[in-house]
Design a protein around this ligand. Structure first.
Ligand SMILES: *[C@@H]1O[C@H](CO)[C@@H](O)[C@H](O)[C@H]1NC(C)=O
Length: 407
């Protein structure tokens, strides 16, 4: 029998369907992969009417920005991006005197300089890989795509009209800009929290080995069942650092007992070790491999260490058959991160296995996407702590508890 709902309840149901319920957190699907794309990104909508943009998720930088045409002119130097460039109109500029402009300059670490254009908040940022971007702060309606879980909010972000790549050339890129998820005060998550769209200043990413995954923002993570949290290292206010760690290959310690500072950076595709540590790791790893694996040069990753075997490598499962050693970082205090072969190798188009841990001149370790795949990595800015746990990153969770129940 089709009994009607009591009128009061049906009115409530109707209201619940019609009223935008204040969301406490958001789950965004991720696209992209470590190889061949080189990064993970979200799809967002900006403006009215909404236009789509892809933003590279970057926990190593603060500002959210898109490549754009500044008002009255065209982009000075833009890469070839997947969507038509965002066009910033005059009325979308954030003036220099606006508090958000001061926050922006604090976040990018440069003094504010209004100069001759007080109606414009200009900035310049340098990225770790050597590229830079010049732009102005604008504001517009931001929504999360697909539209089904859209929360349009007026957000300040960068309109980058002059990008200089490390290579010196402008390139064809797979994203329109960057979703800065760093420790700043004007980053998207802080703004959404201030607007009460989300409850907490937290970020969680789960990068799948198969590509894709999901990004959670604003969720209360205080009851999340992790064995151990690592406090954000107080000596490193610029980046997310769970502290200093020693490196191990199976049970062997690499690089002696002196721990090295570690930074979590979803904006970096690969993992980087200081030169000296890398130099010690490679021969120890090489000594564990079967003689049938030969070192080769691979055009996909020129200059990096790659191996071939008689039959081509096809998948992550092939890697597990040939590469046994598990690396790990030990942060002390029972905080560790295990790095199985699929978290330090990539299978290239040529069917080789390439080492995804590179050397750099800096004194710290950057843990990039390759090493964070298959983990739910949590950045809790409210509690100043970081944590990670093995998780199934293939499906966005209905709820956080659903992730852990699948582990
Ligand atoms: C991000 O912003 C915070 C707060 O303003 C600042 O301390 C930090 O150095 C910035 N990080 C980067 C990578 O610029």
């Amino acid at each position: 029998m089709a009994a009607g709902w009591p009128p009061a309840i049906s009115l409530l149901l109707l209201l619940a369907l019609l009223l935008p319920v204040t969301a406490s957190s958001m789950v965004l699907p991720l696209f992209g992969n470590v190889y061949p794309v080189g990064h993970f990104y979200v799809a967002v909508g900006i403006g009215e009417p909404v236009k789509p943009y892809f933003l590279h998720i970057d926990t190593g930088s603060n500002l959210t920005w898109v490549e754009c045409h500044a008002d009255g002119g065209s982009c000075n130097k833009c890469n070839t991006v997947p969507h038509p460039l965002y066009r910033a109109t005059q009325n979308k500029r954030v003036p220099c005197a606006d508090a958000r402009c001061a926050s922006l300059h604090q976040d990018v670490g440069k003094p504010k300089n209004c100069g001759a254009a007080p109606q414009t908040c200009n900035y310049e940022i340098q990225f770790l890989e050597g590229s830079s971007s010049r732009g102005m702060l604008v504001h517009d309606k931001f929504s999360i795509l697909p539209k089904s879980n859209a929360h349009a909010a007026d957000i300040a972000f960068g309109c980058g009209y002059e990008q200089v790549e490390a290579s010196g050339r402008n390139e064809k890129v797979q994203v329109d800009g960057v979703l800065g998820l760093g420790r700043g005060s004007i980053d998207l998550v802080s703004q959404l929290k201030q607007l009460k769209v989300i409850a907490k200043n937290t970020i969680g990413h789960c990068l799948s080995y198969k590509g894709g995954g999901f990004l959670i923002i604003g969720k209360d993570m205080s009851t999340f069942p992790l064995k151990k949290w690592a406090p954000m290292a107080p000596g490193q206010p610029r980046y997310y650092s769970p502290g200093r760690a020693t490196l191990h290959l199976d049970a062997r310690s690499i690089g002696g007992a002196d721990p090295v500072e570690v930074i979590l950076d979803s904006g970096s595709t690969y993992t980087y070790l200081p030169n000296a540590l890398h130099k010690q790791l490679v021969p120890v790893l090489q000594a564990t491999l079967r003689k049938s694996l030969q070192v080769v040069k691979d055009p996909s990753l020129p200059g990096e260490l790659c191996w071939k075997r008689p039959e081509k490598f096809r998948s992550v499962d092939d890697l597990k058959k040939e590469f046994k050693p598990v690396m790990s970082f030990n942060f002390g205090n029972e905080v560790t991160m295990a790095i199985p072969p699929e978290n330090y190798l990539v299978v290239t188009k040529q069917g080789n296995a390439c080492f995804g841990i590179f050397a750099h001149n800096a004194k710290y370790i950057i843990l990039g996407d390759i090493t964070m795949q298959g983990l739910l990595v949590i950045y809790d800015n409210d509690r100043k702590q970081l944590g990670w746990v093995r998780a199934d990153c293939n499906k966005p969770p209905k709820s956080i508890s659903a992730i852990t129940s699948r582990i």
